[in-house]
Design a protein around this ligand. Structure first.
Ligand code: MN
Length: 270
């Protein structure tokens, strides 16, 4: 064997050794926060977002928000199973795209973490996901009337929210308990979401997505408002919806300003 081949083999061997060593000793959430400012910021925002979503009436004892790990695009952070308003930094668990907790974390996770893992797996652009059950949104999954943007604040709804029909994805029995409680259902939900950023779970709730925690909180709040306004308008007659071009332009303008309500919502928590 030539000398440079031996060198190449040695380099390969040590690279693999380092790789598997790192795999075996994945840093805990706490260690990542201590050594990686991007992770620290992401998790601190995630905790605030949990409290804001409750304060804004978007979630109650149920519902959750996650953030993709900014330093490892194949994992995400989500609280253990606890009411959103009570989430603390110590409650955050790191998961892979099969909804499996890393670092042998044995604390009880949310049963519906597969909503998050399924979406992160299929949508590389998504950095944060919210799931909730806000009552105002539900009628739009029960009828043939779609949730569509009725004002500029919720223009991200675009052509209207698609519906996830769990019966299409449940195997072998289409009658489930309605929970997105495994990898297949999570991926089914992600495929129903498609390229949109809001999907309604028939008879259950909704999931919404964005490229940041702040934006997904903004979208959750104003999608619920949109549902309330659209329902009111429909009692009076046929609503006028934003045109696709109005939606596109309004989204571009309004989503540049999301730090303003975010700062207000954080202030309210004090
Ligand atoms: Mn749910």
């Amino acid at each position: 064997m030539r000398k440079d081949n031996i060198h190449l083999l040695a380099i390969l061997f040590f690279t693999l050794l380092i790789f598997f060593n790192l795999q075996a000793h994945a840093l805990s959430v706490k260690e990542q926060m201590a050594t990686d400012p991007a992770v620290k910021t992401a998790i601190e925002e995630l905790v605030l977002a949990n409290h804001i979503l409750y304060d804004q009436g978007v979630v109650d004892g149920y519902g959750h928000i996650s953030v993709r790990n900014p330093s490892n695009l194949k994992t995400f952070f989500l609280s253990r199973s606890v009411a959103p308003s009570m989430v603390k930094v110590e409650d955050i668990i790191e998961f892979d795209f099969d909804g499996k907790a890393l670092n042998n974390d044995a604390r009880t996770p949310y049963g519906e973490r597969f909503i998050h893992s399924g979406i992160y797996k299929l949508r590389a652009d998504v950095k944060s996901v919210v799931h909730g059950h806000a009552g105002a949104v539900l009628p739009f999954g029960l009828t043939d009337t779609r949730l569509r943007p009725v004002y500029h604040m919720s223009s991200f709804l675009g052509a209207g929210a698609p519906i996830f029909e769990i019966r299409k994805y449940a195997k072998p029995d289409p009658d489930t308990d309605m929970f997105v409680s495994n990898v297949d259902l999570g991926e089914g939900l992600a495929s129903a979401l498609g390229k949109d950023d809001f999907v309604i779970l028939r008879g259950h709730g909704y999931a919404t997505t964005a490229d940041s925690v702040r934006k997904v909180v903004f979208r959750s709040v104003y999608a619920v408002q949109n549902a309330l306004i659209q329902s009111e308008a429909m009692k009076m007659g046929n609503p006028i919806y934003l045109t696709p071009e109005e939606s596109r332009k309004a989204k571009e303008t309004i989503e540049k300003t999301i730090n303003r309500p975010w700062d207000l919502w954080v202030e309210r928590l004090k």
